[in-house]
Design a protein around this ligand. Structure first.
Ligand SMILES: CC(C)(COP(=O)(O)OP(=O)(O)OC[C@H]1O[C@@H](n2cnc3c(N)ncnc32)[C@H](O)[C@@H]1OP(=O)(O)O)[C@@H](O)C(=O)NCCC(=O)NCCSC(=O)CC(=O)O
Length: 307
């Protein structure tokens, strides 16, 4: 069933509890006034205008948070250097399970409205204008949750450093930057971000399911990882294409476009840099010298046989 601009506020209320989890963000950052504002945005039916104001109020906080995040992550890494890795298998399973389900729901609650807008107003309308995808009470609510979810997602890295797993630059760079991009593009009305949102929900549904299987210690063939990495690169490519198109239209003087120079520039910088890092990762993991992940799977397979 396709979503529409008139989607019911009842649906949004069903997800009140999930939205309420995000109350922790202003509590942790000590912003009590924002807590009340957030309750108005997520607790009693979604309103795009209020959500934007809330996102605007978080922009400065998220820039500081990115710095605190890096200091914390590298601080923990240093602290753990002579200590045994923590197991944390139970909490990590729960964490990955929650994010896999959350991402799948996010896709299911945004994609139908996106299709509706594509069929009624055309493909380019979705990334050049603020549509029902952003504003209605179901899809709009879930787009806003996506923006906010980039803050708790930082916990991924805490697991990595406490478990003493390798911390890749692409991982912490991605986590530090995405939240800021999301808040800026959201409160400045950059329609192109909607293509990042729905694709990212879909890709993350598979990615966190993959991480869940890994944390459950279930063997996953490297082909699955390769497919997920490929889908991440496809996601970046499509998002870059949407940005380039809206950039071209703005440059040509088309009026009424929902895009700002700042949102556009941060978005393009972010997506191109991710794309370059993912190409490098792809080559190392799946191509060069037989691919690290394929080699690892072979070694692990041989070790199992020898047992
Ligand atoms: C196939 C990928 C999804 C994952 O590649 P990886 O090299 O990280 O995968 P891997 O098989 O070696 O598993 C990494 C190790 O971390 C553990 N692990 C478990 N849960 C995790 C979690 N939530 N976040 C990070 N690591 C986690 C695994 O159990 C495993 O431990 P052990 O070694 O003990 O088995 C890849 O495409 C990718 O994204 N790589 C970049 C690294 C990254 O952090 N990606 C996620 C955020 S970026 C993102 O989210 C992009 C996007 O927006 O689409």
């Amino acid at each position: 069933m396709l979503g529409s601009a008139e989607a019911t506020p009842i649906k949004a209320k069903r997800f009140q509890t999930l939205g309420s989890a995000f109350f922790l963000i202003p509590v942790l950052s000590g912003q009590r006034r924002n807590l009340q504002e957030m309750d108005q945005v997520l607790g009693y039916g979604f309103e795009y205008g209020k959500a934007k104001e809330y996102a605007r109020s978080l922009e400065g906080f998220s820039a500081k948070l990115a710095v605190v995040y890096m200091v914390t992550v590298f601080g923990i890494k240093y602290y753990m250097r002579n200590r045994k890795p923590l197991d944390l298998q139970g909490p990590l399973n729960v964490w990955n399970g929650i994010l896999a389900v959350f991402s799948a729901l996010g896709f299911l609650f945004t994609f139908p409205t996106l299709l509706h807008v594509i069929f009624t107003k055309g493909l380019s309308h979705t990334y050049t204008h603020i549509s029902a995808v952003y504003t209605n009470s179901t899809s709009g609510y879930w787009v806003f949750l996506w923006v906010l979810s980039k803050i708790p997602e930082l916990v991924d890295t805490i697991f990595i450093v406490l478990r003493k797993r390798p911390l890749m630059f692409m991982h912490w760079y991605h986590h530090a930057l995405t939240g800021y991009y999301a808040l800026v593009c959201y409160h400045e009305d950059n329609a192109h971000m909607v293509w990042v949102v729905w694709m990212n929900y879909l890709v993350h549904a598979f990615m966190y399911s993959y991480y869940l299987l890994k944390s459950l210690k279930i063997r996953v063939p490297p082909q699955v990882a390769q497919l997920i990495t490929t889908s991440q690169m496809v996601q970046f490519t499509i998002a870059i294409a949407a940005q380039l198109h809206v950039g071209y239209l703005a440059y040509s003087g088309v009026p009424g476009l929902a895009v700002t120079f700042r949102g556009w520039a941060i978005g393009l910088f972010m997506l191109v840099s991710y794309y370059a890092l993912w190409i490098q990762f792809y080559k190392e993991s799946y191509l060069n010298n037989g691919g690290k992940k394929y080699k690892r799977a072979e070694t692990e397979g041989a070790a199992r046989k020898a047992q």
